[in-house]
Write a protein that binds this ligand. Structure first.
Ligand code: MN
Length: 243
């Protein structure tokens, strides 16, 4: 029995290799897996369920197979796929998660987030995030024709790339103070998130208690997975072409 956590696959029909790695990995997971948690940025871009690319259909079939074997599939939106809605949830068979979600991992109280809400040293990004997470903004965006939405998403990606090239590594990483404030507020000892593409396990002491922050990695070069079983959490990689 195990729980799996992934994020930042950035699946894109233009990068079929990552789709293939994800497909092979999903097919190979042990049958007694309890749950798969997808913590955002599964897709490189998602401009509405009505604009879904058929290249993702095999992935949805695979996720449904996985569910049919008894595992639950959960999806939390990231900053690329915050417009993933009820229609894709139905197709993929996943349950949408609010951010943050708290769960018990073999006795450890864990909080799950995409991670971008902790990047508080970057006010420009936080302004953008507040705008696109606003339901009125989302409704207005989704009411545009698909071609127009595609164009707006392309412009937003360019603006984001140019912004990222102008700010330092510290600014685009999570803010340790924001992490500590969250841990104090919630009383949790372990946090799992993605977004920064800096996979690692960080441990430190806060208010006399050891805290753990597990950062999931992206899937640009290889599959990156957190597997948590009765022995604890483990960050793993899946090389392209391997099982
Ligand atoms: Mn992200």
């Amino acid at each position: 029995m195990a729980l799996y956590f992934i994020s930042d696959l950035h699946l894109d029909p233009g990068r079929p290799q990552t789709l293939a790695v994800a497909d092979r990995w999903l097919a190979s997971i042990e049958p007694d897996t309890t749950a798969l948690y997808i913590l955002g940025d599964l897709f490189e871009t998602w401009i509405g369920d009505d604009a879904r690319d058929p290249a993702f259909d095999p992935l949805f079939v695979r996720l449904n197979d996985f569910k049919a074997r008894g595992a639950q599939v959960f999806f939390m939106a990231g900053n690329r796929d915050f417009l993933a809605g009820p229609e894709v949830a139905r197709q993929a068979g996943w349950t949408m998660l609010e951010e943050p979600t708290h769960l018990d991992c073999y006795g450890t109280r864990v909080a799950l987030l995409h991670g971008d809400s902790f990047c508080t040293a970057d006010p420009d990004y936080q302004r953008f995030r507040a705008q696109v997470r606003n339901p009125d903004w989302q409704r207005a965006f989704l009411s545009q024709p698909i071609a127009r939405r595609r164009e707006l998403a392309r412009i937003a990606r360019q603006a984001s790339q140019s912004h990222m090239s102008q700010v330092t590594e510290e600014i685009t990483d999570v803010d340790p103070e924001a992490i500590n404030a969250f841990m104090r507020e919630t009383g949790i000892t372990c946090l799992i998130h993605g977004h920064t593409h800096r996979p690692a396990t960080h441990e430190w002491v806060l208010d006399g208690t050891t805290r753990t922050r597990i950062v999931l990695g992206d899937w640009y070069e290889q599959g990156r997975i957190l597997r948590w079983d009765a022995h604890g959490p483990n960050l793993l990689t899946v090389a392209p072409g391997s099982q």
